[in-house]
Design a protein around this ligand. Structure first.
Ligand code: PGA
Ligand code: ZN
Length: 412
């Protein structure tokens, strides 16, 4: 495919920070893509170039791209990776490379007369059958840690999520929206109207004194209305790890003590998934958290530990550090590399939980600083992910992802 022209511009993300949007033009079509930004970013994520500098870099490479004719996604992505020439994309910036990579995918899909999710599915499977998942939405209904916007909140854990127990995405989405409203009522009653505000990912932020109080609030709403939902956590433990200890509520925990704490919480609140329970180098501590729960009933999700990076994932697989990897496109910087990581996960056995004959799963994720781009919805369907994590069912930049899934499911 020959690209006739490319525009790159700076737009604002959901936190009002500058980010990039690329638009590619071929003979008959054009396609746009923009990139999100994380706050609790992992140390091993690809490099993000300051957007103004990315514009300058882009001016240097634009003609190189326009000169070429690209057969497919892999050729385009590899060309950019080679142009960059560094390990972590520190020359061109993973944000610049990703904006181009995703816009290329959209453009190529249009050229081929396919929906984006179909195009992605073809790239990852060559039309072979992958796993047979029913995609689950993972709603982050209470925001803590670095995503909290309420100074009175003492939540160390970053995300308190609900995961509806239904195979019907439409029903799960409706349930998520109802739950979110009821939880809002519950929290406003408990803390007072003025004390409940929304965090970076549209979850509630209130003057919670500790993690248990947030879990308790969610459990109360589940119980009161008998909702079929499970609880998930993204602890983002690197954020409160220092000098060999985890500091939670002013108290220091060793990794062994933290493990005990998680087991207590998981059993008390029937927790389905825990993401990043330990800091981003602790492959062994992740593995030690499996404690005899059934494979389909306990997910340990690796995010900062693996940063959508094949080498990090290989290590996590070897060490049995989890059974699901969080997939964030901008942690690695191209669609091609992202799909390779998902494929590697699917081909790798976990062997950690009771009766486990499964392979690793993938959970596709947004970032805390988002745009109105809904690429990750097509990615989640295209790779047949276990789940899509796109924040609370509120605020347009989060809702647009869930709504795109509904649209895709109607197309299928
Ligand atoms: P981030 O948070 O986008 O700020 O990194 C999301 C996550 O940790 O999953
Ligand atoms: Zn995370």
């Amino acid at each position: 495919m020959k690209i006739f022209d490319i525009n790159l511009k700076i737009i604002l993300d959901s936190r009002g920070k500058e980010t990039l949007e690329a638009e590619l033009f071929s003979g008959d079509f054009s396609a746009k893509a923009s990139v999100p930004a994380g706050k609790s970013t992992g140390a091993h994520e690809a490099f993000v170039l300051e957007p103004k500098k990315a514009l300058e870099k882009f001016a240097e490479i634009k003609n190189e791209i326009l000169k070429k004719d690209f057969k497919n996604q892999e050729e385009f992505d590899n060309f950019l990776i080679a142009l960059d020439g560094t390990e972590n994309k520190s020359n061109l910036g993973a944000n610049l490379i990703l904006a181009l990579s995703l816009a290329f995918a959209r453009l190529k899909a249009k050229e081929e007369g396919k929906e984006l999710f179909q195009y992605i599915k073809q790239l990852i499977t060559n039309d072979q059958q992958l796993t047979t998942n029913f995609l689950k939405p993972i709603f982050n209904v209470i925001n803590g840690g670095s995503h909290s916007t309420n100074k009175k909140s003492k939540l160390d854990f970053q995300e308190f999520q609900i995961i509806p127990e239904t195979n019907d995405f439409g029903m799960a989405f409706s349930l998520g929206k109802i739950f979110y409203r009821k939880l809002g009522d519950h929290l406003r009653q408990k803390f007072g109207e003025e004390n409940v505000i929304l965090g970076d990912e549209a979850g509630y932020c209130a003057p919670f004194r500790n993690n248990e109080e947030a879990l308790e609030a969610i459990a109360e709403v589940i119980e009161k209305y008998n909702y079929p939902v499970r609880i998930g956590l993204d602890v983002a433990a690197s954020q409160f790890y220092k000098d060999g200890y985890y500091e939670i509520g002013g108290k220091k925990y060793s990794s062994a003590e933290l493990r005990e704490y998680y087991i207590k919480l998981a059993d008390t609140y029937n927790i389905l998934s825990i993401e990043d329970p330990f800091y981003e180098e602790s492959f062994d501590d992740f593995a030690a958290l499996f404690y005899g729960r059934a494979a389909n009933d306990f997910l340990i999700i690796t995010d900062d530990l693996t940063t959508t990076n094949p080498e990090r994932l290989k290590r996590a697989i070897e060490k049995k550090s989890g059974n699901a990897i969080l997939i964030k496109l901008n942690q690695i910087g191209t669609l091609t590399e992202t799909l390779k990581v998902a494929k590697l996960a699917y081909e790798s056995p976990t062997q950690n939980c009771v009766g486990d004959e499964n392979n690793w799963q993938a959970v596709v994720s947004h970032r805390s600083g988002e745009t109105m781009d809904d690429f990750i919805a097509d990615l989640a369907v295209g790779i047949n992910a276990w789940g899509l994590k796109a924040g609370a069912p509120a605020k347009p930049e989060r809702l647009i992802k869930y709504e795109r899934i509904l649209k895709i499911l109607n197309l299928k």
